[in-house]
Design a binder for this molecule. Structure first.
Ligand code: FNR
Length: 189
């Protein structure tokens, strides 16, 4: 694959619906784009005392992986209309040290899933705001607030319904095109 997109699932739960949805989205990728999940569940809780020249190994790994990525697909659960602690924790860790924000300038997209009618609308709105501060360059459309049902993702890990697949493929295409454009410009510079 020519482009390395990191899937950032904001859940540390074994049976996460957002992980299922994230991998179903990744399965829609074109050949040139590899979607690999970014590990965020083993980071310590952010503490400025730990944020020294020799940070914990998991933090050093996170920062290196974020810097090496060509782009991101964030799939956030919703806790009380907010992104989850495990996702916020990873965002803050890789935003430091001051002046060396690993997220800066990277292209990305956001989505999220819950079984309720709000379907992560509140969480995504707040996440979009935070990612703006971190200088992640998000595509605005298409938006996707994914209401989870047990039949959404089949046993094969793909979206079961053809129309649902086609809808999400448009978003993945938009992200891929944006990542290729930004990465192409960066590689040429
Ligand atoms: C939730 N949940 C939830 N759902 C929602 O649609 N809107 C919300 O504001 C909340 N708030 C909330 C708070 C807390 C503390 C918990 C633990 C849960 C339910 C949530 O969508 C559900 O647990 C999902 O399964 C979480 O996503 P993962 O971990 O399965 O990907």
């Amino acid at each position: 694959a020519r482009f390395n997109i990191r899937l950032v699932v904001g859940s540390n739960r074994k049976d996460s619906i957002n992980r299922k949805v994230g991998h179903a989205l990744a399965a829609l990728a074109r050949e040139d784009f590899a979607f690999e999940e970014l590990r965020i569940d083993d980071l310590p809780l952010y503490n400025q005392d730990l944020d020294t020249d020799t940070p914990p190994e998991s933090v050093a790994r996170l920062r290196a992986e974020v810097r090496a990525a060509d782009g991101f697909l964030f799939v956030t659960p919703e806790y009380n209309r907010q992104p989850t602690p495990v996702l916020l924790n990873a965002l803050h860790w890789a935003s430091r040290p001051y002046g060396k924000n690993s997220w800066a300038g990277k292209p990305g997209a956001i989505t999220g899933s819950s079984s309720s009618g709000v379907a992560t609308g509140g969480a995504q709105s707040n996440l979009r705001n935070l990612l703006g501060v971190l200088d992640v360059r998000l595509i605005g459309q298409p938006e996707a607030y994914i209401q989870f049902t047990d039949d959404l993702v089949g046993a094969d890990g793909a979206f079961a319904d053809e129309k649902v697949r086609a809808f999400h493929a448009k978003k993945i295409r938009a992200l891929e095109d944006w990542v290729a454009l930004v990465s192409g410009a960066a590689r040429a510079a």
